[in-house]
Structures are given as structure tokens and as C-alpha cells.
Design a binder for this molecule. Structure first.
Ligand SMILES: Cc1ncc(C[n+]2csc(CCOP(=O)(O)OP(=O)(O)O)c2C)c(N)n1
Length: 637
């Protein structure tokens, strides 16, 4: 019975409360939950369309399974907002992806209901299988459920897990949430196969009707492919019929062995604008839910935009250029390229490893492949970079987006390691642009250099995209002195150049735009070290093994002993927030950089880390606004 003004959802503070309701109440819970999602996420921003599609599934799963004893392992986590609401995080949902607020994905330290943390895709089946095996070995009568989207199923990792699970006598349920979408429409033959299963079911086809001569016929037995892999298949069923879902899940809960439930859902379900354009509503910034998202007044151009523009121009000039994206067409700035050169644009699905080896094959036959990939997802394809590209000496250009801190997506998505893991690979060229014009020059350089090359850039506005002049090749391994000062030299790798230049002006320091992490401009590094008292390296990458380490190694190998301060991402996982908040957290804001240098010069700080800078700040309060004068004094000694 529903009281006016009181939603059923108000009574659900945890899944146990949900489980006290009759099944007949669940539809109403789902309706409240959906309205709550639209209301909250339209105000906070975040992932919307995927969560709208999993409302009924979330309700049914928590209703049927004894969470958190039974483990629900959601893949990626971008669709888990309904799960967050049902598991006691409703009031905090408005803080999602903000500093100090809920994570936009799943985190073990956020809730006992987040059985496994996530953010990257296609891990759920492996993790749930591990949980199932551990349950069995320890005699725990608990269930393990992986919930994976059809997009996430395109990754090799998901196949590895399926074929492992299918060979085992293990209590694992995989729920395949099939909405035909990844972020963009899903791609590949598996996606087509799933589509045929659904069409066949709607057409009421059976094994007997299937006509092998008819190319459009549904598969002979529904889900045969999964059955052949060893998973008992159920489906396809309507993922928005919560009553039927509960009944099916109850049956499956009481079975044993590896099994797969195929549910069909609609991304954006129940909010018309999101149903009509699920790509636009995949991830949103705040908007008016009555009007839907209206086009913003021209947003400031980003590095991603500058890359997208360069790519189109380069493709006009070079007919051998092809571009590859592992399921990130929109995020990587490839939309215009895909429209203009459809036959030269390959969306390979969420298949980072494949994207790199595929590019290697293209390069081996003389094409000029550009792999547009996020730094954090390139981590997946490291061996392919080393073994399939670099070792073969193949000229593949990596456009590495989201390098450095990514802001609201947080720890799972920070591009913190690419400089460390690429600069140790023989033969690689690794570049760090500091402006739109430089990004274009570097991409051009990378395309021409005949070697594996990477240009890495952040998720940030680019200022001037630099598109007014044709790009020019930069001689490999050459840095550029931007400002001449005294005492302190900043060796800057990438987009923090502008911030650092502001600091350098206050300190009258020298600034070098290093441009290349590899090959490093060793001659200039040496010269700068000889001419200055303190060398400060600045990068948006983990300090461990990053560009600063390259400078340290260079100076050490040359037997130069000079005072060095390495500024970069600290040895911890950075929390989500705005880009500015994340940079400040890492000590890479202008004020902290300034204080770190001043404190170092004053002898108050030996090693750089933010905590020491901040405690030194108290001791060095006297430096305050007079830091520049103080630094001058120290240098004059
Ligand atoms: C390894 C990896 N690559 C790419 C992404 C970016 N990504 C997040 S969600 C998503 C689409 C997932 O599609 P699907 O699993 O079908 O879920 P849906 O959004 O359709 O509900 C992608 C590509 C990611 N999180 N992890």
C-alpha cells in the first residue's frame, strides 16, 4: 500500500528491507528508483543511461540473493548507481564523483555490497569465478554472480574467464546485460550473434524452424555458443520485467554449475531523452531533467578535440593513415574522423590488446595506424606494445589520451603510469605536448618518424588548439628553453608548462619545455644542470620511473651531482575530484610547486611529497608571499 507523498524507496535503507516486500511491490520500487536516478544524476552529473537500464535487474538481484553474503560483481561499475541506492548510499548519491563523495564506480572500501572494486571493464566474470572457487574451497554456501554488459563481453578477458568457468564444476551465475550498446553501438560478430538470439526469440523460432539456407535465421539452439563453452544458457529474457526476472533468478539461484542468464535491456530506459540518445546520456554533466541536455555554448576546446581535428587533416594528406579505437570513439575524439573516413576507422570493441596487435599488423603491411587510446586502458595492452609493436620495430602511433589525473572518474582511470611503462621500451619515442600546436606537431612527428611513437596528453582544455598552421616535425629528442632565469631550472614534461611558467616568473627561474621523455634531450639537461643550483622536474605521471627519473638517470650516468627535486604524482592512488582538486592533491598546483621549491632551497625539505610540503609550510610561514625574495637570498649565499 503506497501512502501519498511517501515512496517505497524511502523505506529501503538496505537490501534486507527490500527483501521484506512482496514481489508485487517491486515494480513500484523500480519506478521510484528510476525517478530518483534521473533527479539526482541530472543534478550531480555522472553515468546515467546504463544505470537506467539496470534498475529492474538491480532490484531483482538484491531481492533474490542474500547480499552482501552472496556476491554481486558488477562489471565496470558505471551502471551500478541503482545498486548504490539500494545498498544504503541513496543520500550520498548526489555527491557522486565529487571530491570526498561517492566514487563513480565500485569500491570495496565504500561498501560491503561492492564485492569487487572496478572501473575498467570485463573483469567481473574472472573475479566472480575466483569468489565462487574460494567459497567452495572454504565450505561457504554463498553465491557468486557476475553482471556483465554485452559491450564488456567483447574483451578477451571475459572470454578467458568464460572458457575457464565453463570447464569447472563451480557455482557461478553470469548475468549478461544485453542492450546492444557499448558507449557507442556495440560492435563485432558476438554482438550480432546476441542480436540474432533476441530476434529469433521474438520471432518464436525454434530449432525445427531454423533454415540453414536462410542467412537471417536465428541460431539453431538459443545460446548454443555459451552451452558449447560449458555454461547452461537461459534467455533471452526481458530485463525490465522485474517480476519475471525474480522468478527466473530464483530458479537459477537454486541450480548449481556455471550458468548464464541473458537479459535484454534498453539503455536509458524510462527517461525518453536517454532512450532516444543513449550515447549522449552515457555520462552527463548536470542538466535540467525537464528539458534534457541542451547543447552547451561552445565548450572550451580540449586536447582531445585538437587530436580529432589533426587526425582528419592528416587523413586528408595521407591515404595510408587508419585509426583504431577500442570502444572509445566519442571519448577519444574520433567522431568526425569516423564520419568522414568510415572505412579507415576501426572500432574494435573493448579490446585494447587486440587494438594494438591489430595496429601492428596494419603497420607491417605499410599502413600508418594511429591507436587512439586512454592511458589507463593502454595498461591492458602493455605486452602488445612491447612484443607486437616495439620489438618488431613497427611504426604505430599511439595517441594516448587522459594521461595524468582524470578528475571525476578517479583512481581507476588516472593515467598515471604511461611514461614509466613506455620510456623503458627500446625504440619508443615518447612525447608530452604542452599546447594544441605542439600536440599537432608531435602527432605529425610521430607519424613520420618510422618508429613506434606515443604522444600523451591530459583530459584538459587546450587553450588554442593551434589549428591555424600546418603541423611541423620536431627533431627527435630536442627540448626548448622557454624562459631564462637563474638558480632554479624547471624541466617540464607536458601540459603543466603554463602553470610552472607562472611559478618560474615569481622565482625568476629558467623553464625548459622538455617535449620528449624519450629520447631525452640529454645535452640540454646536462647544460641546465651545470648552470643552475636546483633542477626541478615536473610531470603528470607517477614519480616512480617517470620523466623525472629519466632526468635523474641521465645526470647520474654523467656523474653530475646537482640538487634535484622531482615533482609528479605521488606513490598512492589519487581520489576523484575536479582536475584542479586532483592536481592540488598531488602537489602539482602552482602554490604547492612554488612552496616546494622555496622550501627545498631553504633546506626545509629534502624529499618532495605533499605532506612534507604542507608541514614545511607551517614551519616556513615566514616564506609566505616573500618566497621569491627569500629564494633570491638563498641563492645569493
Ligand atoms: C578496459 C576498459 N575499456 C574501456 C572502458 C570504457 N567504458 C566504460 S563503460 C563502456 C561500455 C560498456 O558497455 P556495456 O558493458 O555493454 O555496458 P552498457 O554501458 O551498455 O550498459 C566502456 C567502453 C572501460 N571502462 N574499461
Amino acid at each position: 500500500m503506497k501512502m501519498p507523498g511517501v515512496s517505497l524507496l524511502d523505506t529501503i535503507h538496505d537490501p534486507a528491507a527490500l527483501r521484506t516486500l512482496p514481489v508485487s511491490a517491486l515494480e513500484s520500487v523500480a519506478a521510484d528508483l528510476r525517478a530518483e536516478l534521473v533527479r539526482t544524476v541530472s543534478a550531480s552529473g555522472g553515468h546515467l543511461a546504463a544505470g537506467l537500464g539496470t534498475v529492474e535487474l538491480s532490484v531483482a538481484l538484491h531481492y533474490v540473493f542474500d547480499t552482501p553474503r552472496d556476491a554481486l560483481v558488477w562489471d565496470v561499475g558505471h551502471q551500478c548507481y541503482p545498486h548504490k541506492v539500494l545498498t544504503g548510499r541513496r543520500d550520498e548519491l548526489r555527491t557522486i564523483r565529487q571530491r570526498g563523495g561517492l566514487s563513480g564506480f565500485l569500491r570495496r572500501d565504500e561498501s560491503p555490497y561492492d564485492a569487487v572494486g572496478a572501473g575498467h571493464s570485463s573483469t567481473s566474470i574472472s573475479s566472480a569465478l575466483g569468489i565462487a572457487v574460494a567459497n567452495a574451497r572454504q565450505g561457504h554456501d554463498r553465491r557468486a554472480v557476475a553482471i556483465i554488459g554485452d559491450g564488456a563481453l567483447t574483451a578477451g578477458l571475459a572470454f578467458e574467464a568464460l572458457q575457464h568457468a565453463g570447464s569447472m564444476d563451480v557455482d557461478l551465475l553470469v548475468v549478461l546485460n544485453d542492450n546492444g550498446m557499448s558507449i557507442s553501438p556495440n560492435v563485432g560478430s558476438l554482438s550480432e550473434y546476441l542480436g540474432r538470439l533476441t530476434i529469433a526469440q521474438h520471432a518464436g523460432r525454434t530449432q525445427d524452424d531454423a533454415d540453414p539456407a536462410d542467412g537471417s535465421a536465428g541460431p539453431a539452439t538459443p545460446g548454443q555458443w555459451f552451452e558449447d563453452l560449458g555454461l547452461r544458457y537461459t534467455g533471452p529474457c526481458d530485463g525490465h520485467d522485474v517480476t519475471a526476472l525474480v522468478a527466473t533468478l530464483q530458479q537459477l539461484r537454486d541450480q548449481r554449475g556455471p550458468r548464464l542468464l541473458h537479459v535484454v535491456t534498453r539503455k536509458g530506459r524510462g527517461y525518453a531523452p536517454a532512450e532516444a540518445d543513449p550515447i549522449k546520456y552515457h555520462g552527463v554533466t548536470p542538466f535540467d531533467p525537464e528539458r534534457g541536455i541542451v547543447a552547451a555554448a561552445r565548450p572550451a576546446p580540449t586536447y582531445t578535440d585538437a587530436f580529432g581535428q589533426w587526425l582528419c587533416e592528416a587523413a586528408e594528406r595521407d591515404p595510408r593513415l587508419v585509426a583504431i579505437t577500442p570502444a572509445m570513439r566519442e571519448g577519444s575524439g574520433l567522431v568526425r574522423f569516423a564520419e568522414s573516413f568510415p572505412e579507415r576507422c576501426f572500432d574494435v570493441g573493448i579490446a585494447e590488446q587486440h587494438s594494438v596487435s591489430f595496429a601492428a599488423g596494419l603497420a607491417a603491411q605499410g599502413l600508418h595506424p594511429v591507436v587512439a587510446i586512454y592511458s589507463t586502458f593502454l595498461q591492458r595492452a602493455y605486452d602488445q606494445v612491447v612484443h607486437d609493436v616495439a620489438l618488431q620495430g613497427l611504426p604505430v602511433l599511439f595517441a594516448v589520451d587522459r594521461a595524468g589525473v582524470v578528475g571525476p572518474d578517479g583512481a581507476t582511470h588516472n593515467g598515471a603510469y604511461d611514461l614509466s611503462f613506455m620510456r623503458c621500451v627500446p625504440g619508443m619515442v615518447v612525447m608530452t605536448p604542452s599546447s594544441g600546436a605542439e600536440l599537432r606537431d608531435m602527432l605529425h612527428t610521430g607519424l613520420l618518424c618510422g618508429r613506434p611513437a606515443a604522444v600523451r596528453y591530459p583530459r584538459a582544455p587546450v587553450g588554442d588548439p593551434g589549428a591555424t598552421r600546418a603541423p611541423e616535425a620536431i627533431p627527435l629528442g630536442t627540448a626548448e628553453v622557454k624562459r631564462r632565469g637563474r638558480g632554479v631550472v624547471f624541466l617540464v614534461f607536458g601540459a603543466l608548462l603554463e602553470t610552472v611558467t607562472g611559478v618560474a616568473e615569481r622565482l625568476d627561474a629558467t623553464v625548459v619545455n622538455m617535449r620528449f621523455v624519450k629520447p631525452l634531450d640529454e645535452r640540454l639537461v646536462r647544460e641546465m644542470a651545470l648552470r643552475h643550483e636546483l633542477v626541478v622536474t615536473v610531470e603528470e605521471n607517477a614519480l616512480a620511473g617517470g620523466a623525472g627519473s629519466a632526468v635523474n638517470e641521465c645526470l647520474h650516468h654523467r656523474g653530475l651531482s646537482v640538487s634535484i627535486l622531482n615533482l609528479g604524482l605521488p606513490d598512492r592512488h589519487l581520489e576523484h575530484g575536479t582536475r584542479g582538486e586532483c592536481l592540488a592533491d598531488a602537489g602539482l598546483d602552482a602554490e604547492t610547486i612554488h612552496e616546494a621549491v622555496a622550501a627545498r632551497l631553504s633546506g626545509l625539505l629534502s624529499d618532495f611529497d605533499v605532506a612534507s610540503v604542507r608541514s614545511a609550510r607551517r614551519g616556513a610561514a615566514r616564506l609566505g608571499g616573500r618566497a621569491a625574495a627569500f629564494v633570491g637570498e638563498v641563492l645569493a649565499r
